[in-house]
Design a protein around this ligand. Structure first.
Ligand SMILES: Cc1cc2nc3c(=O)[nH]c(=O)nc-3n(C[C@H](O)[C@H](O)[C@H](O)COP(=O)(O)OP(=O)(O)OC[C@H]3O[C@@H](n4cnc5c(N)ncnc54)[C@H](O)[C@@H]3O)c2cc1C
Length: 406
């Protein structure tokens, strides 16, 4: 999908690229359900699949839907150095230890009772602090040690972790500790929708990680993605199916026009002179990782906002040199880059605006959660000058927010 088609304030289908032929096609639809996943790959280090660049979310943004709570990005504490493949919590759950360069079980300084089993955000911040303060290993990592569990238990309980470490890092965790570092893992923000998957744009539904029903608030609990995929995915599908019963098929006009515009946009991307998508994309990922990552503060976020604005300018000069007429991945990447840059800007500016620490959003200059001013959802609206923010009340019913204390 390269574009959502909107006609008279209603989503009437989409334009998609047939990847093998690199040709564009229009699809009219009474209802459209977005299920395009999260935006982890906007970061340099992510456990997500390569496709999770948030492009579907950016298309909803383009179609006039505000994006919700995009600054809430979860970082997993233990991802494998190099590939950033997830090293499951199970490794610590089974008794794995975290060590710094000085061979200290450093979690004792951060969560004395829970140690390695403290929540994700606390362990991620602890590891990042060790690295930032020079007690990590060169290259920015710490050790996840499961050697003391023994080969039998590792094979029985953590066989996948062992195999991944051997295949992707050349390290056998039976004999040596695993080099790990925090990496982006889950996107709490996304396309706002109600519990039926309906978004603010008529005819458009959303489900899964691209959606923001907001069951996860500012920090998803491990294992709870099932809520957005299975529970709310089912509800979104059922309600979209009900919705189409009372809806007529949209006329072709809007699709034909959108298809012509999209073909022109793709044609305009082709050329030998211009920036490479990869250079701009990697600079975006790097600044997101450094300034909009586990720790955030005003000066760093301002730097990120400025850099991304500059990258958006350069992004307009990206050209696709490959004229391949099938599987043109340079073209797909260049198309997606625009969306990645826009989402990066929304995340960075949203994080800059939110002057508090809440869930996975941790500001070193505003350490406390501030319910008086910030118990609210962020909504980012697209404008030609960048996102415009509004804030909406959080719907609190049964459970009152409490301070997290261990
Ligand atoms: C390593 C890892 C481990 C995890 N472990 C757990 C766990 O144990 N428990 C748990 O609850 N959650 C877990 N999660 C989170 C959970 O897996 C995800 O939240 C969930 O898979 C998201 O599902 P989804 O269908 O919304 O998106 P995805 O599974 O990301 O699927 C999105 C789909 O959309 C397609 N797509 C994207 N863009 C476009 C486009 N423009 N046009 C057309 N198609 C497009 C993609 O190709 C893909 O097929 C884990 C995540 C990771 C990365």
């Amino acid at each position: 999908m390269t574009r959502l088609v909107v006609d008279e304030d209603r989503c009437t289908g989409l334009i998609a690229m047939h990847t093998p032929g690199s040709t564009l096609e229009a699809f009219g639809a009474k209802a459209t359900v977005l299920a395009t996943g999260g935006y982890g790959r906007i970061y340099q280090r992510s456990t997500n699949a390569i496709i999770n660049r948030g492009y579907g979310i950016s298309l909803a943004y383009h179609a006039g839907v505000p994006l919700q709570d995009m600054e809430f990005v979860q970082f997993h504490p233990t991802t494998l150095l190099g590939s950033n493949i997830l090293m499951t919590e199970g490794a610590r759950g089974e008794g794995g230890y975290l060590y710094n360069r000085l061979h200290e079980r450093f979690m004792a300084s951060y969560a004395h009772d829970m140690m390695e089993l403290a929540p994700r955000d606390i362990v991620a911040r602890s590891i990042q602090t060790e690295i930032d303060e020079g007690r990590g290993f060169d290259g920015g990592y710490v050790h996840l040690d499961i050697t003391h569990l023994g080969e039998k238990m590792i094979n029985e309980r953590l066989g996948g972790i062992r195999q991944i470490s051997i295949d992707f890092a050349g390290i056998d965790p039976v004999k040596e500790p695993i080099p790990v570092q925090p990496g982006q893992h889950y996107s709490m923000g996304g396309v706002p929708c109600d519990s039926n998957g309906a978004t603010p744009l008529e005819g458009l539904f959303a489900a899964g990680e691209c959606a923001c029903v907001s069951v996860h608030g500012a920090n998803r609990l491990g294992g709870n993605s099932l809520l957005e995929t299975i529970v709310f995915g089912k509800r979104a599908g059922e309600h979209a199916a009900d919705y189409v019963k009372g809806t007529i098929m949209p006329a072709d006009g809007a699709h034909s026009d959108a298809l012509v515009r999209e073909k022109q946009a793709v044609y305009d991307l082709m050329g030998d002179e211009g920036e490479s998508f990869a250079v701009v994309r990697d600079e975006l990922r790097s600044v997101m990782q450094q300034e909009v990552g586990v720790f955030r503060h005003r000066a760093g976020l301002q730097r990120a906002v400025l850099t991304i604005r500059e990258l958006r300018g350069r992004g307009r000069n990206v050209r696709v040199k490959s004229s391949a007429t099938s599987f043109n991945f340079e073209l797909l990447n260049a198309i997606e880059l625009k969306g990645m840059l826009e989402l990066g800007q929304v995340i960075a500016e949203g994080a800059l605006a939110r002057e508090e620490s809440r869930g996975a959003h941790y500001r070193t200059d505003f350490l406390e959660r501030d319910d008086e001013h910030w118990l609210s959802h962020t909504l980012a609206f697209q404008t030609p000058d960048g996102p415009r923010f509004e804030f909406k009340d959080v719907n609190i019913s049964r459970f009152q927010p409490k301070r997290r204390e261990y």
